[in-house]
Structure formats: structure tokens, C-alpha cells
Design a protein around this ligand. Structure first.
Ligand SMILES: Nc1ncnc2c1ncn2[C@@H]1O[C@H](COP(=O)(O)OP(=O)(O)OP(=O)(O)O)[C@@H](O)[C@H]1O
Ligand SMILES: [Mg+2]
Length: 258
């Protein structure tokens, strides 16, 4: 089981869109996938068409922080199944409180790790964590339990600002946890035909030649249209973004084999 965080403290760069589309593409490649919505905004849950009646990551985090354990069946009840084949655990605004209560919780950086350790081993090939747009304790919890991070970067002005800070946060966690955490790759998102967009992609490829994905995700309205109906782009016919995320996942699986 490999746990991958999709992270960037910058908002609106395509993290949640990447999680749902990557999950659908991994399923198409025969992998079993659990997505964790770890953002109090709950956008991934909305993208998945969540109906709001199952325990959330906020509930699981709170139980674990308060009592050191989950109540019976809480985790299995929290797992929702999406018709495209991936599972997910939803989040809503209750997760926002975690930033406050975690401060006084023992092993506060490891609460998500303890939650996920309750999953039966081998249940999933991949767990994808949709991180919130911040560098706080939620992100640290996600990084601590992950072995890899994918950083979506929006191909727009000021895209590279803050990347070093994120790298530093990842390195700090890697140092403490014994160094298993690494950046899997940087994924250029919302790429269009403007000069600025090409400039950002070029800068990424020259600054991070090995890390930057060859696949670029275009800026296209279908990205928003699909998730507005609770689907990935892979569920749309002849979707450009769907084939781009499929190519991205093939690259991801290739990198893994190396
Ligand atoms: N490739 C794309 N082309 C066009 N629009 C996109 C694309 N990817 C995402 N979007 C849209 O941009 C907005 C932000 O995307 P998304 O929610 O995935 O970003 P995020 O990084 O998860 O944001 P946040 O930091 O708020 O969690 C959404 O409205 C989404 O539908
Ligand atoms: Mg998001």
C-alpha cells in the first residue's frame, strides 16, 4: 500500500481535481484506490458527489485525538464507494477544528497515521490524500503518513513562489520520520497557450528537470464540468483532460517501477 499526498499550500492549483482524476485513472489500470479528503473545505467530497451522511475525516481525527482509538465500525462506515471504482473518505468543515485541538494532542503529527493504521493491510494499492492549501498541522499529518508527494503547480504567474517553502516542509518531515518521504513529482496544471503559462512550464523543467512530469494538464472547462456532476474527466467521452490524467498516471506508475 502506497500513500501519496497531493499537496501545495497555494490554493486553487488543481489538487482536488488531480486526486479524483488520478484515482479514476489508477482504477482503470486495475489498482484499488482510497482517496482521503483532508481539507476542511471538502471540495473533493463535493467532486465525488458525497451525500453528507457518513463519518468524515474530521470525525475520525477527533475520535483518535480524544480517545486514542476509533469507535467500532467508524472507519468502515466512513468509507464511501464511488461508481467509477475508487473509495473515499469525505471531509467537511468539522476538520477545521483539528488545527486547534491537535495542538494539545499527544503525538499530534501522527493522528492521521494512527487512523489509517486501522485499515486492513492490503485493502488498497494506493491511498491519495487531498491536502488543504496551508502549511499547518493537517499538512504535517498527511506528510507523516505518506511516502510520496505530488505537487500540482498552476502554470500562472507566481506559481513558483512558495515551492521552496513546501519543499522545506517536506524535508523537515522526512528528517524526523527517517527519510522515507520524497517528492514524486511536480505536475504542471491549467496549462494554456499564453506566454506566461509556457514560461512557468519552462522554468519548472529547467529548475526541476527530473521531478517535473512530462505530462501537462491543460486548462479546459471540462475539468470543472465533470466534477460539478460528481465525476472524473475519465467518465466523459473523448475527454482531453481524462487522457492527460491517464498519461500522468502511466508516468506515475513508470516512475514507481524504477
Ligand atoms: N485543468 C483545469 N482546467 C480548468 N479548470 C480547472 C482545472 N483543474 C482544476 N480546475 C478548476 O479550478 C478550480 C480549483 O481546482 P481544485 O479545486 O482542484 O484546486 P485545489 O488546489 O484543490 O484548490 P484548494 O486549494 O482550494 O483546495 C476548480 O474550480 C476546478 O474545477
Ligand atoms: Mg482542494
Amino acid at each position: 500500500m502506497k500513500i501519496v499526498s497531493i499537496a501545495n499550500q497555494k490554493g486553487g492549483v488543481g489538487k482536488s481535481t488531480t486526486v479524483i482524476n488520478m484515482a479514476a485513472a489508477l482504477v482503470k489500470r486495475g489498482k484499488s484506490v482510497l482517496c482521503i479528503d483532508f481539507d476542511p473545505q471538502g471540495h473533493l467530497s463535493t467532486f465525488m458527489g458525497w451525500e453528507g451522511d457518513t463519518p468524515t475525516t474530521g470525525d475520525l481525527m477527533q475520535s483518535m485525538a480524544n480517545s486514542g482509538r476509533l469507535s467500532e465500525d467508524q472507519l468502515s462506515m466512513a468509507i464511501c464507494h464511488h461508481e467509477e471504482g475508487m473509495d473515499y473518505i469525505a471531509a467537511n468543515v468539522t476538520l477545521a477544528a483539528a488545527d486547534i485541538y491537535l495542538v494539545t494532542t499527544m503525538y499530534r503529527e501522527q493522528v492521521l497515521q494512527r487512523v489509517l493504521s486501522q485499515l486492513p493491510t492490503g485493502q488498497y494499492d494506493y491511498i491519495l490524500i487531498d491536502c488543504p492549501p496551508s502549511l499547518g498541522l493537517l499538512l504535517t499529518n498527511a506528510l507523516v503518513v505518506s511516502s510520496e508527494v505530488i505537487i500540482p503547480v498552476q502554470a500562472q504567474m507566481a506559481a513558483l513562489m512558495g515551492l521552496e517553502m513546501l519543499q522545506q516542509a517536506i524535508e523537515n518531515v522526512a528528517n524526523v520520520t527517517g527519510g522515507q518521504l520524497r517528492i514524486n513529482g511536480i505536475l504542471p496544471t491549467m496549462v494554456d497557450h499564453t506566454r506566461q503559462s509556457s514560461a512557468v512550464c519552462e522554468a519548472l523543467r529547467s529548475d526541476y528537470p527530473d521531478l517535473t512530469y512530462k505530462t501537462e494538464i491543460s486548462r479546459l472547462i471540462e475539468a470543472a464540468d465533470s466534477t460539478a456532476t460528481g465525476h472524473s474527466c475519465l467518465a466523459l467521452r473523448r475527454s482531453v483532460i481524462g487522457s492527460q490524467y491517464t498519461a500522468m498516471v502511466d508516468e506515475f506508475l513508470n516512475r514507481e517501477g524504477k
